[in-house]
Design a protein around this ligand. Structure first.
Ligand code: CO
Length: 337
């Protein structure tokens, strides 16, 4: 069975010091660790002088990645930046520099691994015009889509600038993957990785809800191909609550022309939910044409046995498993795998 993972991340092995170039003390960089005798090189992802996350060479070394993909039966992966590289809060020229730097680095990792590794680009979303230009440039240089963070500061997905960018992507058939980041309630979720386990699913739910109720799906072309990460976060589980509010409270309708459930055929979700009941709920709500296999590889919060959730899903036909594992993604990203 063919397997295409649409949600995986990379870091270049190194990049020019952004702190030296732009000043400021919160830029990401990698502090490589001396070998501990194991096969994989390790590094600490730093944000300024703070340790952010330990990572290993699968992030930057295509051979390490391909060996692990082989071990797990993954044919192709789409790699994308992690949101710490987005620089949405920086001046536009700095964010554009980062986008071009990391977009070109992603293609370098994919080079010579045709049909196995593909890349999604990042864009400086705080400036919609620059984001559109970089998205077009990236697609021309070989990217298969763009990944955006699910908000820009206080601006949600129904923001005019974000919608301008999505309109551009629809008009140029650029697939968009929305990844949660910069999680809400940071002060109250700083322990136990609750920013990732609680904040991220809430962020993604907020994105889809704001896109629906802000009238985003009414205004952006149906040609827009957009996918939200982590199974849409809390969205499908709480859709009944949202629908009930929409039906019974005028102020809960926002600008949407239809009830929330009307828009389920306007977007895709990945399957990074790590639980069969959750996957079944996604199938029940979204159908089998709008779900795409995603792992969040190579991070500890990703699917450790890549592909097993879908392959071992009870009550799912082989045809549907193949749709989720590869066919939907091949269509969405127009992949020639
Ligand atoms: Co991710």
């Amino acid at each position: 069975m063919k397997v295409v993972d649409i949600h995986s991340h990379f870091f270049p092995k190194s990049w020019p010091s952004l702190q030296e170039k732009f000043g400021g003390d919160d830029w990401p960089w990698l502090r490589h660790q001396s070998s501990d005798g194991s096969d994989t090189e390790k590094a600490m992802l730093m944000k300024g002088n703070k340790e952010f996350r330990p990572i290993y060479s699968a992030c930057w070394d295509a051979q390490v990645r391909l060996e692990e993909m082989d071990k797990h039966g993954v044919d192709s992966q789409i790699i994308s930046a992690t949101p710490i590289l987005f620089a949405y809060e920086k001046p536009i020229e700095q964010a554009l520099y980062c986008a071009q730097l990391f977009n070109d680095a992603a293609l370098t990792i994919c080079q010579e691994n045709n049909q196995r590794l593909f890349a999604m680009a990042q864009v400086p979303l705080q400036n919609p015009d620059a984001a559109c230009i970089e998205a077009t440039r990236a697609m021309q240089s070989g990217h298969v889509g763009v990944q955006i963070g699910n908000h820009v500061g206080l601006k949600n997905m129904d923001d005019e600038g974000v919608l301008t960018f999505l309109h551009h992507c629809a008009s140029e058939s650029i697939p968009v993957f929305v990844h949660p980041w910069d999680m809400m309630a940071a002060e109250r979720t700083k322990d136990y990785m609750m920013g990732w386990t609680v904040g991220m699913p809430a962020e993604t739910q907020l994105s889809i809800v704001s896109m629906i109720l802000g009238g985003g799906f009414d205004r952006v072309s149906k040609n827009l191909k957009i996918c939200f990460a982590h199974g849409g976060g809390a969205f499908t589980f709480l859709l009944g609550r949202l629908e009930n509010a929409w039906l019974h409270r005028d102020i809960a309708r926002g600008k949407s022309e239809h009830p929330p459930s009307y828009y389920l055929d306007r977007f895709y979700l990945d399957t990074a939910v790590f639980d069969h009941d959750a996957l079944q709920l996604l199938v029940n709500k979204m159908g089998t044409d709008r779900l795409m296999f995603g792992t969040d590889y190579p991070f500890p919060l990703g699917e450790q046995q890549m592909g097993q959730l879908i392959k071992s899903a009870p009550n799912m036909s082989e045809i549907n498993k193949q749709k989720l594992l590869a066919s939907n993604a091949e269509q969405f990203f127009t992949l020639n795998t």
